[in-house]
Design a binder for this molecule. Structure first.
Ligand code: IPM
Ligand code: MG
Length: 369
């Protein structure tokens, strides 16, 4: 492998994951053929697909290959056929293991409203027109991973379920820095969300984010909001936000809310980044659509591949420093939408394309650009 080979690992996963990822493969092939980007792609299993093959939702060998890939592209995990599995081998554990062991502490979830889709939001056009916000969700700490955790039996025979919300100074500061840095490249505004009114971990969160602002980013306009009020403001007046930084659980909730502002979960990409490698400057990275495995539409050619395609655009930008190519791909998606290309989720009951039909539409715009 030459020093500048670009390695991509694809973990398509379950449900609609393989269907949407097939369209991303075509986009990667296009860039290799037409822009000589030299992506070397390997594929492997995650989630239920890995459980079916290996009895675990992520094999150790897959984990170590993911560690050495320049970027991982993931489709989706989970499905009703795995609901009865023991918690430790559920499909979602495969994804959480990747996030934790690759130390992907910063999850970037942009919510952008494409002009062509402004009518598709459940909110009024005026409220979401021009929407362009970025949620930075802490991804490797908090209640998702805190100890103690578990379900135990109490003396009186009841059962008790426990999870622990836990954050340290460094965990908060490092994700805050990512968010401040993004704000600096955008509109210079950052809103931090927690529940400092009821949680000590929220008080610490607020103080540490403020510390990073005061000491390292005094030029950024920093504000704080309780996460419940933040959810309310996201649906009331979403364009007030530029960058939002929040913890793992609040970020999970708030990013679904923000995603739906844009009309469909099928449109939203995400990037999960670790610390930059000292040698290459490249962060460990995993890119995935915000949507799930959508078992209700699996195998019918109905899935919207744009979230997954836009996740690859984020990979171009954040892992490979190919900003012009990322712009090209995002522009191709916007153009396809502007010309009326719609999958069922964004067709408002009108005519719609299949998953591969949407892939065709994006490839046609790439070729025309
Ligand atoms: C997400 C998902 C995951 C999460 C699940 C699949 C474990 O909802 O990425 O938002 O809760 O983080
Ligand atoms: Mg979620």
């Amino acid at each position: 492998m030459s020093a500048d080979a670009r390695t991509l690992m694809i973990l398509a996963g379950d449900g609609i994951g393989p269907e949407v990822m097939a369209e991303v493969r075509r986009v990667i092939d296009w860039f290799n053929a037409n822009r000589a980007l030299g992506f070397q792609v390997t594929e492997d299993l995650v989630g239920g697909a890995a459980y079916d093959a290996h009895g675990v939702p992520l094999a150790d060998e897959t984990m170590s290959k993911a560690q050495s890939a320049d970027a991982v592209l993931l489709g989706a995990v989970g499905g009703p056929q795995y609901d009865a599995l023991d918690f430790s081998v559920k499909p979602e554990r495969g994804l959480l293991r990747l996030r934790k062991e690759m130390d992907l502490f910063a999850n970037l979830r942009p919510a952008q409203c494409f002009d062509a889709l402004a009518e598709d939001s459940s909110l009024k056009h005026d409220v979401i027109a021009g929407l362009d916000l970025m949620i930075v969700r802490e991804l490797t700490g908090g209640v998702y991973f805190g100890e103690p955790r578990g379900i135990t039996e109490m003396n009186d025979g009841q059962r008790m379920g426990v999870n622990t919300q836990r954050y340290t100074t460094n965990e908060i500061r490092r994700v805050a820095r990512v968010a401040f840095d993004l704000a600096q490249k955008r509109d210079g505004r950052l809103c931090s969300m927690e529940k400092a009114n009821v949680m000590e971990s929220g008080i610490l969160w607020r103080e540490e984010v403020q510390w990073v602002g005061d000491n390292e980013f005094p030029d950024i306009d920093l504000s704080h909001m309780y996460a419940d009020a933040g959810g309310m403001q996201l649906v009331r007046w979403p364009t007030q936000f530029d960058v939002i930084v929040t913890d793992n659980l609040f970020g999970d909730l708030l990013s679904d809310v923000a995603a739906m502002l844009t009309g469909s979960l099928g449109m939203l990409p995400s990037a999960s980044l670790g610390a930059p490698d000292p040698a290459t400057g490249r962060p460990k990275a995993l890119y995935e659509p915000v949507h799930g495995s959508a078992p209700d539409i699996t195998g019918q050619g109905l899935a919207n591949p744009l979230a997954c395609i836009l996740s690859f655009a984020m990979a171009l930008r954040y892992s490979f420093d190919l900003g012009a190519e990322a712009d090209l791909l995002e522009g191709a998606v916007a153009d396809a939408l502007a010309k009326g290309a719609r999958t069922k989720d964004i067709a408002q009951g009108g005519e719609h394309l299949s998953t591969s039909g949407m892939g065709d539409a994006v490839l046609a715009e790439l070729a025309a650009a």
